[in-house]
Write a new protein. Structure first.
Length: 494
Protein backbone atom coordinates (compact mmCIF):
# COMPACT_ATOMS: atom_id res chain seq x y z
CA UNK A 1 0.00 0.00 0.00
CA UNK A 2 2.78 2.40 0.94
CA UNK A 3 4.67 1.49 -2.21
CA UNK A 4 1.59 2.19 -4.30
CA UNK A 5 1.10 5.55 -2.57
CA UNK A 6 4.78 6.40 -3.09
CA UNK A 7 4.51 5.59 -6.81
CA UNK A 8 1.37 7.72 -7.06
CA UNK A 9 3.16 10.71 -5.51
CA UNK A 10 6.16 10.16 -7.75
CA UNK A 11 3.88 10.16 -10.80
CA UNK A 12 2.30 13.44 -9.75
CA UNK A 13 5.63 15.13 -9.02
CA UNK A 14 6.58 16.06 -12.58
CA UNK A 15 8.82 19.02 -11.60
CA UNK A 16 9.92 20.95 -8.52
CA UNK A 17 6.49 22.62 -8.20
CA UNK A 18 4.78 19.26 -8.15
CA UNK A 19 7.32 17.85 -5.67
CA UNK A 20 6.73 20.84 -3.39
CA UNK A 21 2.96 20.41 -3.65
CA UNK A 22 3.12 16.66 -2.89
CA UNK A 23 5.49 17.30 0.03
CA UNK A 24 3.29 20.04 1.53
CA UNK A 25 0.09 18.02 1.15
CA UNK A 26 1.49 14.79 2.58
CA UNK A 27 3.52 16.28 5.44
CA UNK A 28 0.80 18.72 6.57
CA UNK A 29 -1.76 15.89 6.60
CA UNK A 30 0.48 13.62 8.69
CA UNK A 31 1.46 16.39 11.14
CA UNK A 32 -2.18 17.47 11.49
CA UNK A 33 -3.27 13.91 12.35
CA UNK A 34 -0.44 13.52 14.90
CA UNK A 35 -1.26 16.85 16.60
CA UNK A 36 -4.98 16.07 16.55
CA UNK A 37 -4.39 12.75 18.30
CA UNK A 38 -2.22 14.55 20.86
CA UNK A 39 -5.00 17.04 21.60
CA UNK A 40 -7.64 14.31 21.84
CA UNK A 41 -5.47 12.43 24.35
CA UNK A 42 -4.91 15.62 26.35
CA UNK A 43 -1.14 15.57 25.77
CA UNK A 44 -1.27 18.88 23.86
CA UNK A 45 -3.33 21.71 25.41
CA UNK A 46 -1.53 24.88 24.32
CA UNK A 47 -3.80 27.31 22.44
CA UNK A 48 -1.01 28.35 20.07
CA UNK A 49 -0.45 24.72 19.03
CA UNK A 50 -4.17 24.41 18.39
CA UNK A 51 -4.12 27.60 16.33
CA UNK A 52 -1.28 26.25 14.20
CA UNK A 53 -2.96 22.85 13.90
CA UNK A 54 -6.32 24.11 12.67
CA UNK A 55 -5.17 27.09 10.63
CA UNK A 56 -1.64 26.53 9.32
CA UNK A 57 -1.58 22.87 8.35
CA UNK A 58 -4.96 22.79 6.54
CA UNK A 59 -3.83 25.92 4.67
CA UNK A 60 -0.54 24.22 3.68
CA UNK A 61 -2.54 21.15 2.65
CA UNK A 62 -4.70 23.23 0.29
CA UNK A 63 -1.67 25.08 -1.11
CA UNK A 64 -0.05 21.73 -1.85
CA UNK A 65 -3.16 20.52 -3.66
CA UNK A 66 -3.19 23.68 -5.77
CA UNK A 67 0.49 23.39 -6.70
CA UNK A 68 0.09 19.87 -8.13
CA UNK A 69 -2.25 20.78 -11.07
CA UNK A 70 -0.21 23.95 -11.65
CA UNK A 71 2.91 21.80 -12.02
CA UNK A 72 1.15 19.51 -14.49
CA UNK A 73 -0.04 22.48 -16.52
CA UNK A 74 3.46 23.96 -16.77
CA UNK A 75 4.98 20.54 -17.50
CA UNK A 76 2.45 19.86 -20.22
CA UNK A 77 3.03 23.29 -21.75
CA UNK A 78 6.80 22.82 -21.67
CA UNK A 79 6.82 19.38 -23.30
CA UNK A 80 4.01 19.97 -25.77
CA UNK A 81 2.60 16.53 -24.99
CA UNK A 82 -1.04 15.64 -24.43
CA UNK A 83 -2.41 14.70 -21.02
CA UNK A 84 -2.83 11.05 -22.12
CA UNK A 85 0.80 10.90 -23.27
CA UNK A 86 2.03 12.37 -20.01
CA UNK A 87 -0.06 9.94 -17.95
CA UNK A 88 1.33 6.97 -19.85
CA UNK A 89 4.81 8.38 -19.36
CA UNK A 90 4.47 8.96 -15.60
CA UNK A 91 2.39 5.92 -14.62
CA UNK A 92 2.45 2.20 -15.37
CA UNK A 93 0.30 0.89 -18.22
CA UNK A 94 -2.11 -1.00 -15.96
CA UNK A 95 -2.80 2.21 -14.00
CA UNK A 96 -4.07 4.16 -17.02
CA UNK A 97 -5.88 1.38 -18.94
CA UNK A 98 -9.56 2.30 -19.51
CA UNK A 99 -12.11 0.37 -17.44
CA UNK A 100 -15.89 0.42 -16.85
CA UNK A 101 -15.61 2.70 -13.83
CA UNK A 102 -12.51 4.47 -15.01
CA UNK A 103 -8.85 3.51 -14.89
CA UNK A 104 -7.08 2.60 -11.65
CA UNK A 105 -5.48 6.04 -11.70
CA UNK A 106 -8.87 7.77 -11.96
CA UNK A 107 -10.21 5.60 -9.12
CA UNK A 108 -7.18 6.46 -6.98
CA UNK A 109 -7.63 10.17 -7.67
CA UNK A 110 -11.34 9.88 -6.83
CA UNK A 111 -10.55 8.15 -3.53
CA UNK A 112 -7.98 10.77 -2.59
CA UNK A 113 -10.42 13.53 -3.58
CA UNK A 114 -13.02 12.11 -1.20
CA UNK A 115 -10.36 11.84 1.54
CA UNK A 116 -9.34 15.45 0.88
CA UNK A 117 -12.95 16.66 1.13
CA UNK A 118 -13.50 14.73 4.37
CA UNK A 119 -10.20 15.98 5.78
CA UNK A 120 -10.84 19.64 4.92
CA UNK A 121 -14.44 19.47 6.15
CA UNK A 122 -13.38 17.84 9.42
CA UNK A 123 -10.50 20.28 9.88
CA UNK A 124 -12.83 23.24 9.27
CA UNK A 125 -15.35 21.95 11.80
CA UNK A 126 -12.65 21.27 14.40
CA UNK A 127 -11.18 24.71 13.74
CA UNK A 128 -14.53 26.39 14.42
CA UNK A 129 -15.09 24.28 17.54
CA UNK A 130 -11.58 25.04 18.80
CA UNK A 131 -11.91 28.78 18.17
CA UNK A 132 -15.24 28.79 20.01
CA UNK A 133 -13.63 27.53 23.22
CA UNK A 134 -13.14 30.14 25.98
CA UNK A 135 -9.59 28.85 26.49
CA UNK A 136 -8.72 29.82 22.92
CA UNK A 137 -10.40 33.24 23.22
CA UNK A 138 -8.54 34.01 26.42
CA UNK A 139 -5.07 32.66 25.70
CA UNK A 140 -4.41 32.81 21.95
CA UNK A 141 -3.73 36.56 22.14
CA UNK A 142 -2.23 36.38 25.61
CA UNK A 143 -1.01 39.94 26.13
CA UNK A 144 -4.17 41.51 24.74
CA UNK A 145 -6.85 39.23 26.16
CA UNK A 146 -5.22 38.09 29.40
CA UNK A 147 -7.07 40.68 31.56
CA UNK A 148 -10.40 39.53 30.12
CA UNK A 149 -9.42 35.86 30.57
CA UNK A 150 -8.47 36.44 34.21
CA UNK A 151 -11.73 38.20 35.08
CA UNK A 152 -13.83 35.73 33.02
CA UNK A 153 -12.60 32.77 35.08
CA UNK A 154 -13.72 34.53 38.28
CA UNK A 155 -17.09 35.70 37.00
CA UNK A 156 -20.76 34.66 37.29
CA UNK A 157 -20.57 33.49 33.66
CA UNK A 158 -17.38 31.43 33.92
CA UNK A 159 -19.24 28.39 32.53
CA UNK A 160 -20.76 30.29 29.62
CA UNK A 161 -18.83 30.25 26.33
CA UNK A 162 -17.49 33.59 25.13
CA UNK A 163 -19.18 33.09 21.74
CA UNK A 164 -22.61 32.78 23.35
CA UNK A 165 -22.51 36.53 24.11
CA UNK A 166 -19.93 37.89 21.67
CA UNK A 167 -21.14 35.98 18.59
CA UNK A 168 -24.70 34.78 19.05
CA UNK A 169 -26.57 32.36 16.82
CA UNK A 170 -26.94 32.02 13.07
CA UNK A 171 -24.72 32.00 10.00
CA UNK A 172 -24.63 35.78 9.64
CA UNK A 173 -23.40 36.19 13.20
CA UNK A 174 -20.73 33.53 12.63
CA UNK A 175 -19.44 35.17 9.43
CA UNK A 176 -19.40 38.64 11.04
CA UNK A 177 -17.46 37.31 14.01
CA UNK A 178 -14.83 35.62 11.84
CA UNK A 179 -14.36 38.75 9.72
CA UNK A 180 -14.03 40.75 12.91
CA UNK A 181 -11.59 38.12 14.15
CA UNK A 182 -9.36 38.68 11.12
CA UNK A 183 -9.17 42.39 11.96
CA UNK A 184 -8.39 41.50 15.56
CA UNK A 185 -5.49 39.31 14.42
CA UNK A 186 -4.12 42.18 12.33
CA UNK A 187 -4.63 44.60 15.24
CA UNK A 188 -2.83 42.28 17.65
CA UNK A 189 0.04 41.66 15.22
CA UNK A 190 0.69 45.35 14.59
CA UNK A 191 -0.52 46.69 17.96
CA UNK A 192 -3.31 48.76 16.41
CA UNK A 193 -5.63 48.28 19.38
CA UNK A 194 -6.47 50.77 22.12
CA UNK A 195 -5.19 50.39 25.67
CA UNK A 196 -7.31 49.65 27.58
CA UNK A 197 -9.55 47.97 25.03
CA UNK A 198 -12.98 49.67 24.97
CA UNK A 199 -15.92 47.62 26.20
CA UNK A 200 -17.40 46.13 22.99
CA UNK A 201 -21.01 46.98 23.79
CA UNK A 202 -21.62 48.16 20.23
CA UNK A 203 -20.58 44.79 18.79
CA UNK A 204 -22.54 42.56 21.16
CA UNK A 205 -25.58 40.71 19.88
CA UNK A 206 -28.96 42.02 21.11
CA UNK A 207 -29.68 40.96 24.69
CA UNK A 208 -32.85 39.16 23.61
CA UNK A 209 -30.63 36.80 21.56
CA UNK A 210 -28.01 36.29 24.28
CA UNK A 211 -28.81 37.27 27.91
CA UNK A 212 -32.45 36.27 27.65
CA UNK A 213 -31.59 32.74 26.57
CA UNK A 214 -30.99 32.14 30.30
CA UNK A 215 -32.42 35.21 32.04
CA UNK A 216 -36.15 35.26 31.29
CA UNK A 217 -37.64 38.75 31.86
CA UNK A 218 -41.10 37.36 32.61
CA UNK A 219 -39.58 35.61 35.64
CA UNK A 220 -38.26 38.81 37.18
CA UNK A 221 -40.75 39.56 39.94
CA UNK A 222 -40.90 40.17 43.65
CA UNK A 223 -38.10 41.39 45.88
CA UNK A 224 -34.55 40.35 46.65
CA UNK A 225 -32.68 41.28 49.80
CA UNK A 226 -29.11 42.47 49.29
CA UNK A 227 -26.73 43.06 52.17
CA UNK A 228 -23.55 45.02 51.37
CA UNK A 229 -20.81 44.93 54.00
CA UNK A 230 -18.16 47.63 54.15
CA UNK A 231 -15.33 47.49 56.66
CA UNK A 232 -14.38 50.81 58.24
CA UNK A 233 -10.82 52.14 58.31
CA UNK A 234 -10.51 51.84 62.07
CA UNK A 235 -8.38 49.52 64.18
CA UNK A 236 -10.89 46.66 64.27
CA UNK A 237 -12.19 47.23 60.71
CA UNK A 238 -15.76 47.46 62.00
CA UNK A 239 -18.42 46.10 59.62
CA UNK A 240 -20.91 48.64 58.30
CA UNK A 241 -24.04 47.36 56.63
CA UNK A 242 -26.06 48.69 53.74
CA UNK A 243 -29.18 46.58 53.34
CA UNK A 244 -31.39 47.01 50.30
CA UNK A 245 -34.65 45.32 49.41
CA UNK A 246 -34.30 45.26 45.63
CA UNK A 247 -37.51 45.48 43.62
CA UNK A 248 -36.77 43.32 40.61
CA UNK A 249 -40.19 43.26 38.93
CA UNK A 250 -40.55 43.70 35.19
CA UNK A 251 -44.19 44.69 35.01
CA UNK A 252 -46.40 47.11 36.89
CA UNK A 253 -48.91 44.72 38.37
CA UNK A 254 -50.68 45.86 41.56
CA UNK A 255 -49.17 49.34 40.95
CA UNK A 256 -45.70 48.04 41.75
CA UNK A 257 -42.88 48.37 39.27
CA UNK A 258 -39.27 47.32 39.70
CA UNK A 259 -35.78 47.64 38.33
CA UNK A 260 -36.48 45.42 35.32
CA UNK A 261 -39.51 47.47 34.29
CA UNK A 262 -37.20 48.96 31.67
CA UNK A 263 -36.87 45.73 29.68
CA UNK A 264 -40.50 44.59 29.65
CA UNK A 265 -41.71 44.52 26.05
CA UNK A 266 -44.68 46.76 26.84
CA UNK A 267 -42.39 49.37 28.43
CA UNK A 268 -39.99 50.09 25.59
CA UNK A 269 -37.39 52.70 26.44
CA UNK A 270 -35.15 54.16 23.76
CA UNK A 271 -32.51 56.83 23.91
CA UNK A 272 -29.74 58.72 22.13
CA UNK A 273 -26.47 59.46 23.89
CA UNK A 274 -23.61 61.87 23.29
CA UNK A 275 -21.25 60.36 20.69
CA UNK A 276 -23.20 57.11 21.12
CA UNK A 277 -21.18 56.39 24.29
CA UNK A 278 -24.30 55.44 26.30
CA UNK A 279 -23.27 57.65 29.18
CA UNK A 280 -24.59 61.20 28.73
CA UNK A 281 -28.15 61.16 27.41
CA UNK A 282 -29.34 63.59 24.73
CA UNK A 283 -32.94 62.40 25.05
CA UNK A 284 -34.89 59.46 26.41
CA UNK A 285 -38.25 58.23 25.12
CA UNK A 286 -40.71 56.02 27.00
CA UNK A 287 -43.58 54.17 25.36
CA UNK A 288 -47.00 55.20 26.64
CA UNK A 289 -50.07 52.92 27.04
CA UNK A 290 -51.52 54.22 23.74
CA UNK A 291 -48.34 53.25 21.85
CA UNK A 292 -46.97 56.77 21.53
CA UNK A 293 -43.65 57.87 23.03
CA UNK A 294 -43.01 60.58 25.59
CA UNK A 295 -39.63 62.26 25.15
CA UNK A 296 -37.44 63.68 27.90
CA UNK A 297 -34.82 66.00 26.41
CA UNK A 298 -31.52 67.23 27.81
CA UNK A 299 -31.74 70.94 27.03
CA UNK A 300 -28.04 71.42 27.77
CA UNK A 301 -26.94 69.31 24.79
CA UNK A 302 -27.28 70.37 21.15
CA UNK A 303 -26.29 67.36 19.09
CA UNK A 304 -27.35 65.96 15.73
CA UNK A 305 -28.56 62.41 16.42
CA UNK A 306 -28.19 59.87 13.62
CA UNK A 307 -30.84 57.21 13.21
CA UNK A 308 -28.33 54.41 13.75
CA UNK A 309 -27.33 55.95 17.08
CA UNK A 310 -30.82 55.53 18.55
CA UNK A 311 -30.85 52.55 20.89
CA UNK A 312 -33.55 50.51 22.59
CA UNK A 313 -32.51 50.01 26.20
CA UNK A 314 -31.77 46.40 27.17
CA UNK A 315 -29.80 44.35 29.72
CA UNK A 316 -26.27 45.50 28.85
CA UNK A 317 -27.12 49.18 29.24
CA UNK A 318 -26.95 48.58 33.00
CA UNK A 319 -25.19 45.21 33.22
CA UNK A 320 -22.30 46.43 31.06
CA UNK A 321 -19.76 44.45 33.13
CA UNK A 322 -21.79 41.27 33.58
CA UNK A 323 -18.78 39.01 33.12
CA UNK A 324 -15.45 40.83 32.88
CA UNK A 325 -15.83 42.51 36.26
CA UNK A 326 -13.00 44.70 37.54
CA UNK A 327 -13.57 45.50 41.19
CA UNK A 328 -13.02 48.81 42.94
CA UNK A 329 -10.18 48.55 45.50
CA UNK A 330 -12.34 48.93 48.62
CA UNK A 331 -14.99 46.57 47.25
CA UNK A 332 -12.33 43.93 46.60
CA UNK A 333 -10.99 44.32 50.15
CA UNK A 334 -14.47 44.19 51.69
CA UNK A 335 -15.25 41.01 49.80
CA UNK A 336 -11.97 39.38 50.87
CA UNK A 337 -12.59 40.24 54.54
CA UNK A 338 -16.19 39.01 54.33
CA UNK A 339 -15.04 35.70 52.85
CA UNK A 340 -12.44 35.35 55.58
CA UNK A 341 -9.51 35.52 53.17
CA UNK A 342 -8.26 38.73 54.77
CA UNK A 343 -8.13 38.45 58.58
CA UNK A 344 -10.00 41.10 60.57
CA UNK A 345 -7.82 40.46 63.60
CA UNK A 346 -4.99 42.32 61.86
CA UNK A 347 -5.19 45.90 63.21
CA UNK A 348 -6.36 48.45 60.62
CA UNK A 349 -6.38 45.75 57.93
CA UNK A 350 -9.09 47.47 55.84
CA UNK A 351 -7.22 50.77 55.85
CA UNK A 352 -3.73 49.33 55.31
CA UNK A 353 -4.87 46.93 52.62
CA UNK A 354 -6.44 49.82 50.72
CA UNK A 355 -3.24 51.87 51.00
CA UNK A 356 -1.14 48.92 49.84
CA UNK A 357 -3.06 48.03 46.67
CA UNK A 358 -3.72 51.63 45.54
CA UNK A 359 -0.09 52.72 45.60
CA UNK A 360 1.47 54.22 42.48
CA UNK A 361 3.47 51.33 41.03
CA UNK A 362 5.38 51.26 37.73
CA UNK A 363 4.70 47.60 36.98
CA UNK A 364 3.42 44.40 38.55
CA UNK A 365 6.77 43.40 40.00
CA UNK A 366 7.11 46.78 41.71
CA UNK A 367 3.52 46.49 42.93
CA UNK A 368 4.09 43.10 44.53
CA UNK A 369 7.19 44.40 46.28
CA UNK A 370 5.44 47.62 47.31
CA UNK A 371 2.45 45.75 48.77
CA UNK A 372 4.79 43.54 50.78
CA UNK A 373 6.81 46.51 52.06
CA UNK A 374 3.65 48.44 52.98
CA UNK A 375 2.15 45.65 55.08
CA UNK A 376 5.34 44.29 56.61
CA UNK A 377 6.73 47.74 57.39
CA UNK A 378 3.51 49.01 58.96
CA UNK A 379 3.04 46.11 61.38
CA UNK A 380 6.72 45.92 62.32
CA UNK A 381 6.72 49.63 63.12
CA UNK A 382 3.30 50.07 64.73
CA UNK A 383 2.68 46.61 66.21
CA UNK A 384 6.13 44.98 66.61
CA UNK A 385 5.09 42.33 69.15
CA UNK A 386 1.99 41.40 67.16
CA UNK A 387 4.01 41.22 63.94
CA UNK A 388 6.60 38.95 65.54
CA UNK A 389 3.92 36.58 66.85
CA UNK A 390 1.82 36.54 63.65
CA UNK A 391 4.38 36.73 60.85
CA UNK A 392 2.78 33.84 58.93
CA UNK A 393 -0.59 35.60 59.04
CA UNK A 394 0.91 38.81 57.68
CA UNK A 395 2.69 36.86 54.92
CA UNK A 396 -0.55 35.20 53.83
CA UNK A 397 -2.29 38.60 53.88
CA UNK A 398 0.38 40.02 51.59
CA UNK A 399 -0.22 37.12 49.17
CA UNK A 400 -3.98 37.78 49.14
CA UNK A 401 -3.49 41.49 48.41
CA UNK A 402 -1.01 40.68 45.63
CA UNK A 403 -3.60 38.35 44.13
CA UNK A 404 -6.28 41.10 44.28
CA UNK A 405 -3.89 43.47 42.55
CA UNK A 406 -2.92 40.87 39.95
CA UNK A 407 -6.57 40.21 39.09
CA UNK A 408 -7.62 43.83 38.65
CA UNK A 409 -4.55 45.77 37.47
CA UNK A 410 -2.84 45.07 34.14
CA UNK A 411 -0.07 47.56 33.36
CA UNK A 412 0.57 46.30 29.84
CA UNK A 413 -3.00 47.16 28.82
CA UNK A 414 -3.22 50.40 30.89
CA UNK A 415 -5.90 48.87 33.11
CA UNK A 416 -5.88 50.62 36.49
CA UNK A 417 -8.48 50.99 39.23
CA UNK A 418 -11.67 52.39 37.68
CA UNK A 419 -10.70 51.73 34.05
CA UNK A 420 -13.93 49.80 33.46
CA UNK A 421 -16.73 51.33 35.58
CA UNK A 422 -19.96 49.41 36.00
CA UNK A 423 -23.26 51.09 35.13
CA UNK A 424 -25.11 48.76 37.50
CA UNK A 425 -26.47 50.94 40.28
CA UNK A 426 -24.66 54.23 40.85
CA UNK A 427 -21.54 53.56 42.91
CA UNK A 428 -18.70 53.65 40.38
CA UNK A 429 -20.50 55.66 37.68
CA UNK A 430 -23.68 57.65 37.02
CA UNK A 431 -25.49 54.37 36.29
CA UNK A 432 -29.19 54.88 36.98
CA UNK A 433 -28.75 58.65 37.15
CA UNK A 434 -27.86 58.80 33.45
CA UNK A 435 -31.63 58.94 32.90
CA UNK A 436 -33.08 59.51 36.35
CA UNK A 437 -31.90 63.08 36.83
CA UNK A 438 -33.14 66.64 36.72
CA UNK A 439 -31.61 67.49 33.33
CA UNK A 440 -33.99 65.43 31.20
CA UNK A 441 -37.40 67.09 30.95
CA UNK A 442 -40.54 66.49 28.87
CA UNK A 443 -42.61 69.12 27.04
CA UNK A 444 -44.41 70.01 30.28
CA UNK A 445 -41.17 70.47 32.21
CA UNK A 446 -41.51 67.19 34.13
CA UNK A 447 -38.43 65.09 34.89
CA UNK A 448 -37.97 61.34 35.14
CA UNK A 449 -38.60 60.26 38.73
CA UNK A 450 -35.34 59.75 40.63
CA UNK A 451 -36.66 58.70 44.06
CA UNK A 452 -34.36 56.07 45.57
CA UNK A 453 -37.26 53.83 46.59
CA UNK A 454 -38.29 53.31 42.97
CA UNK A 455 -35.73 50.52 42.73
CA UNK A 456 -35.10 49.50 46.33
CA UNK A 457 -36.23 49.96 49.88
CA UNK A 458 -33.41 51.06 52.17
CA UNK A 459 -33.22 49.10 55.43
CA UNK A 460 -29.74 50.19 56.50
CA UNK A 461 -27.15 52.62 55.17
CA UNK A 462 -23.58 52.08 56.40
CA UNK A 463 -25.10 51.14 59.73
CA UNK A 464 -24.00 48.99 62.64
CA UNK A 465 -27.06 46.72 62.23
CA UNK A 466 -28.23 44.99 59.05
CA UNK A 467 -31.85 46.15 59.51
CA UNK A 468 -31.22 49.30 61.50
CA UNK A 469 -33.98 51.38 59.90
CA UNK A 470 -36.59 48.86 61.08
CA UNK A 471 -35.51 49.29 64.67
CA UNK A 472 -37.39 51.85 66.78
CA UNK A 473 -35.31 54.98 67.23
CA UNK A 474 -35.28 57.89 69.63
CA UNK A 475 -37.74 60.49 68.36
CA UNK A 476 -35.17 63.20 69.06
CA UNK A 477 -32.70 61.64 66.60
CA UNK A 478 -32.04 63.99 63.64
CA UNK A 479 -32.64 61.05 61.26
CA UNK A 480 -35.86 59.95 62.92
CA UNK A 481 -38.22 61.27 60.23
CA UNK A 482 -36.13 59.79 57.41
CA UNK A 483 -36.00 56.41 59.12
CA UNK A 484 -39.73 56.44 59.71
CA UNK A 485 -40.34 57.19 56.03
CA UNK A 486 -38.03 54.37 54.87
CA UNK A 487 -39.53 51.93 57.37
CA UNK A 488 -43.08 52.78 56.29
CA UNK A 489 -42.19 52.57 52.61
CA UNK A 490 -40.76 49.09 53.08
CA UNK A 491 -43.62 47.74 55.21
CA UNK A 492 -46.37 49.16 53.01
CA UNK A 493 -44.73 47.83 49.86
CA UNK A 494 -44.50 44.24 51.12
Amino acid sequence: MLEKFRNFLYGLSVNWTGKLGATLTTSSFIIFVVLQVGMLLGVITNAYVGLVTYLLFPALFVIGLILIPISWYSYKKGTGKTSRELLKERFEQEEVEPRTYGSKLIQTIAIFTIINIIFLSGASMKMLQFMDRPYFCGTACHDVMNPEWVTYQDSPHARVKCVDCHVGEGGEALIDSKLNGLWQIISAAFELYEKPIPTPVHQLRPARETCEKCHWPDKFYGHRLKNIVHYAHNEVSSPQYTTLDLKIDTGKEFDRAGIHWHIAEENEVRYASLNDEREEMIWVEVRQPDGSFKRYTNTDIDYDVKTEDIRVLDCVDCHNRATHIYKAPQAAIDEAIFRGVLPRNLPYISKQAYAAITGNYADKQAAFKGIENELQGYYRQEYPEFASAHQALIDSTVAVLQDIYDRNIHHGMNIDWGAYPSQLGHESSDGCFRCHNGDLVDSDGNTIDSDCVLCHSILAMESDETLEFLIEEDTTDVEYQMRQYLKREFLEGN
